[in-house]
Ligand binder design. Structure first.
Ligand code: NAI
Length: 335
């Protein structure tokens, strides 16, 4: 099948070309993001393959449908960037990669927790400058601390297993609790209870209209003073301005982000020679207790190989009229 891949980097070409050796789809790699002005690149392609910060709103989907595209093969687990109702109206099929490696994101989540707790980001810079002072590097034992996990799907469940290994007490909030997590000792509770009790709160629910700005001023107010907040889910789960205020007041003791609500203009690019125009993002970078990575949670060898493999299998299934097990339908967001 002829596929236009958007927002591609050399590492995408490497993983997709390796996975395509046996399948022989015709892959065309485009560097630009997909939006209304670049949609024309997909003219005549029956399938396109976008990434997380590509724009898939109604106008873009209309343009794609007009040009003959029939399949949107997302190379991501998240599908919050797709207007699924518009896709349904336009008879565009949408597929995703639901589980490429929950371990990749879960392990990155724990890396952020450990780094922030033991101030590894600060220690690294200090030691390189010959500063071996320990002031400001005091951490706490994870053992015995309470970790609140919001969303115990594939990624959240792995986070639960890892944190259980550290000897943490585990609380969770999820409208569909997971029995394996319960078996591990995870106690499902209300969001309010989770906020009030957790020393560390980590977000692993999808971004939907219901979870948009889940962590706002009201939620932060309920949390313990000095809480560590980690977001490797989606940027807009957090109200950035409310979080900045909570960092300034000391309510948040540490913040780890792999995603940011306005990341589309920043992440995945080398902007080191430019002035960052986003004042909220710039403010976040000034705090010593904030650690931000640029949406790299998924970026492991295993995950990249599986993303490519599953995306190409989705393409083959669609092309050959087989059941598309990874299809995403509007009904899933309307529930
Ligand atoms: P999943 O679909 O397996 O799990 C999501 C869980 O969230 C489900 O158990 C669901 O019941 C729960 N949930 C739904 N609404 C909720 C709510 N209002 N409050 C609490 N829980 C709720 O998804 P998976 O694979 O675990 O991924 C989770 C999220 O992680 C994705 O939606 C995506 O946004 C993000 N992600 C981030 C990556 C990164 O590189 N940083 C890579 C992959 C995913």
């Amino acid at each position: 099948m002829r596929v236009a891949l958007f927002s591609t980097k050399p590492y995408d070409q490497t993983s997709f070309q390796a996975a395509n050796a046996a399948r022989r789809h015709e892959l065309v790699f485009f560097e630009p993001h997909l939006n209304l002005s670049t949609a024309a690149l997909a003219a005549g392609f029956p399938a396109i393959c976008p990434f997380v910060n590509d724009q898939l709103d109604r106008p873009v989907l209309e343009a794609l449908a007009r040009q003959g595209t029939r399949l949107i093969a997302l190379r991501s687990a998240g599908f919050n960037h797709v207007d699924l109702i518009a896709a349904r109206d336009l008879r565009l099929t949408v597929a995703r990669v639901p589980a490429y490696s929950p371990h990749a994101v879960a392990e990155h989540t724990v890396a952020l927790m450990l780094s922030l707790n033991r101030k590894i980001h600060r220690a690294y810079a200090r030691v390189r400058e010959g500063n071996f002072a320990l002031e400001g590097l005091l951490g706490f034992d994870l053992n015995g601390r309470t970790v609140g996990i919001i969303g115990t799907g594939k990624i959240g469940a792995v986070v639960a297993r890892i944190m259980n290994g550290f000897g943490c007490r585990l609380l969770a909030y999820d409208p569909s609790p997971d029995e394996a997590c319960r078996g591990l000792g995870v106690r499902y509770t209300s969001l309010t209870d989770l906020y009030e009790q957790s020393h560390i709160i980590t977000l692993h629910c999808p971004l939907t209209p219901k979870t948009h700005h889940l962590i706002d001023a009201t939620a932060l107010e309920r949390m313990r003073s000095g809480v560590m907040l980690i977001n490797t889910g989606r940027g807009a789960l957090i109200d950035t301005q409310a979080v900045i205020a909570a960092l300034k007041s000391g309510k948040i003791g540490a913040l780890g982000l792999d995603v940011y609500e306005e990341e589309a203009d920043l992440f995945f690019e080398d902007l080191s020679n430019r002035v960052i125009q986003d004042d909220f993002f710039s403010r976040l970078l000034t705090f010593p207790n904030v650690l931000i990575t640029g949406h790299q949670g998924f970026f492991t060898q295993e995950a990249m190989a599986r993303i490519a493999e599953t995306t190409l299998r989705n393409l083959s299934d669609f092309e050959q009229g087989r059941a598309l097990i990874n299809e995403v339908r509007a009904e899933q967001v309307l529930r």
